[in-house]
Design a protein around this ligand. Structure first.
Ligand SMILES: [Zn+2]
Length: 286
């Protein structure tokens, strides 16, 4: 692989170095952290439970923040607040189980560029990356949750528009920030390994299965497009639209703590299912 692309040094080196670790087994839950030199020992594992697997590190990414409010609902709700509140609830539930450690890309109302969010997941050597949103669509009648994975081409026009809006969040980053050019996006997409895509698709599938019974879903709820925030080369990543601010019913529901708890419960079930399958070795068969 040549390295004379016009891509940021951090991203290129990051992707190149990571590629040397991409043996198929590294995506088996539990092994990735153990196999990584310098990986932190689990913080909470008591000595008498040494045989228990260390907590899995999950990075949750509440969308938008700070000067970027995200979508603004029909009655004035900011997407950034709904995303953060629901991410806090999911973090609480995941950590209460004792099986996970959770890091947030932001724990307060602050702006973070999209590529930094990916960088945070890489720094923590996350085993999963879940970006949480509640955007707006042009059609106010459309409601329901949907799940997105990275794809070179958008699965449909609605998703293309959604990715365009999500990726344009970096317009808030100011003139110093160099956005991802189409060439760089293509290079990065090509670095996304098969195992990562398989893991992302499995998690998306698990999320559809978990959210479906308790929440309305869009038709064909598992979709894909070129979301910048999903471009970690070696971390299974999904973006969840928990509903749409452009729909009055969704907006009202997303404001309620009870509904946020329900979404978090469903998402936790999906994370549990993802790692349960990994434990059984299904991830290898993919
Ligand atoms: Zn969003």
């Amino acid at each position: 692989m040549t390295r004379n692309y016009t891509v940021s040094r951090r991203l290129l080196l990051g992707a190149g170095v990571k590629a040397t670790f991409l043996l198929p087994t590294t995506l088996i839950a539990g092994l990735a952290q153990a196999a990584t030199p310098g990986a932190e020992p689990p913080r909470h594992a008591p000595a008498h439970k040494a045989s228990r697997p260390p907590p899995r590190l999950v990075v949750l990414d509440p969308g938008h923040g700070g000067k970027d409010p995200g979508a603004i609902g029909v009655s004035g709700t900011y997407e950034k607040h709904v995303a953060l509140a629901t991410a806090f609830e999911l973090k609480r539930q995941l950590e209460a189980s004792g099986h996970y450690r959770v890091e947030l890309t932001r724990a307060r109302d602050v702006f973070i560029p999209l590529e930094h969010r990916v960088g945070i997941a890489e720094q923590h050597r996350a085993m999963l990356f879940v970006s949480m949103h509640a955007d707006a669509l042009t059609d106010p009648r459309v409601r329901g949750a949907s799940i997105y994975t990275l794809g070179a081409h958008a699965s449909d026009a609605q998703t293309r528009e959604l990715a365009r809006r999500e990726n344009s969040a970096d317009r808030f980053a100011g003139p110093d920030f160099q956005g991802t050019s189409p060439e760089v996006a293509q290079i990065l997409a090509s670095l996304v390994q098969h195992e990562t895509r398989v893991g992302s698709a499995r998690l998306a599938h698990d999320l559809v299965g978990a959210l479906g019974p308790s929440l309305p879903l869009l038709p064909n709820p598992a979709r894909h497009a070129g979301f910048v925030v999903l471009k970690a080369a070696d971390i299974p990543s999904v973006l969840v639209e928990m509903g749409f601010m452009s729909n009055r019913q969704d907006e009202a529901a997303l404001r309620r703590g009870q509904h946020q708890m329900q979404i978090a419960q469903a998402m936790k079930r999906a994370v549990d299912a993802y790692f349960a399958a990994a434990d059984q070795g299904l991830r290898v068969a993919g």
